[in-house]
Design a binder for this molecule. Structure first.
Ligand SMILES: Nc1nc2c(ncn2[C@@H]2O[C@H](COP(=O)(O)OP(=O)(O)OP(=O)(O)O)[C@@H](O)[C@H]2O)c(=O)[nH]1
Ligand SMILES: [Mg+2]
Length: 216
């Protein structure tokens, strides 16, 4: 298995491999919705993109993205984890690395590959053999106390996205308090609030991602 982390230190202009970004988080937190919103924003920035999805035993999210009309369907690759979602993004990411390599062979100009993990629990983290940088998506409707529970996903991700901010008044969550607690447990590492349905906050996510892995 090659060392993705070492490769990521090489500037993109060298033409060696695409930057790889992971998006993990609990079931239904809005990972695919965020990707659907990110695709046009990244395209406007001129970023050559491909996506790898992970589902337990289906290709549901890949089919959804392929049908979306947002991206060339050939640029979406599906991994069927067949096991706990974190197994194939952390313990043995071989299938995902192979899917990314396949996309790079098919699209030699690809600059950024997003890997969506299957929905998992708060302990889910990405191997740095697979990705250079990763986002953990939680959502307001999952409960305002999620950051306080200090799951490894919330603590260790490079960027914590708090999605479904539009739902805060309906589920009795104090969004400001939730963000403040997330900030405290993450010791001020990045957090961005989003509404993946309206697109609010998505530009800031694209900006953070682009700066972190493409240096632009
Ligand atoms: N109100 C609201 N709904 C959202 C938001 N983001 C996603 N949703 C809805 O939440 C549901 C789950 O979104 P998905 O994007 O499928 O979530 P996911 O994390 O990809 O789910 P899995 O891949 O199954 O783990 C869908 O019905 C979305 O329309 C948001 O910001 N606000
Ligand atoms: Mg999904």
């Amino acid at each position: 298995m090659h060392d993705r982390h070492a490769l990521s230190a090489i500037p993109k202009t060298s033409g060696i491999g695409a930057a790889r970004v992971g998006i993990g988080g609990p079931v239904g937190s809005g990972k695919t919705a965020l990707i659907e919103r990110l695709i046009p924003v990244l395209a406007l920035r001129g970023i050559d993109l491909a996506v790898v999805t992970n589902d337990l035993v289906t290709k549901e999210d890949a089919e959804r993205l392929r049908r979306s009309g947002l991206i060339d369907p050939a640029r979406v690759s599906a991994v069927e984890a067949g096991a706990c979602p974190h197994t194939v993004i952390r313990e043995d990411p071989t299938l995902n690395i192979a899917a990314g390599d396949g996309l790079e062979r098919k699209f030699p100009g690809v600059e950024l590959i997003i890997f969506e993990s299957g929905g998992d629990n708060l302990a889910s983290t990405f191997s740095l053999d697979l990705v250079d940088w990763w986002i953990f998506v939680i959502d307001v409707a999952g409960g305002g106390d999620i950051p306080r529970k200090r799951g490894p996903g919330v603590l260790r991700c490079d960027l914590l996205v708090i999605n479904k901010i539009d739902l805060a008044p309906f589920v009795g969550v104090d969004l400001e308090a939730m963000i403040a607690e997330a900030r405290a447990v993450r010791e001020n590492r990045p957090i961005l609030p989003t509404n993946a349905r309206s697109g609010a906050g998505v530009e800031a996510v694209a900006e953070a991602m682009s700066q972190a892995v493409l240096f632009r």
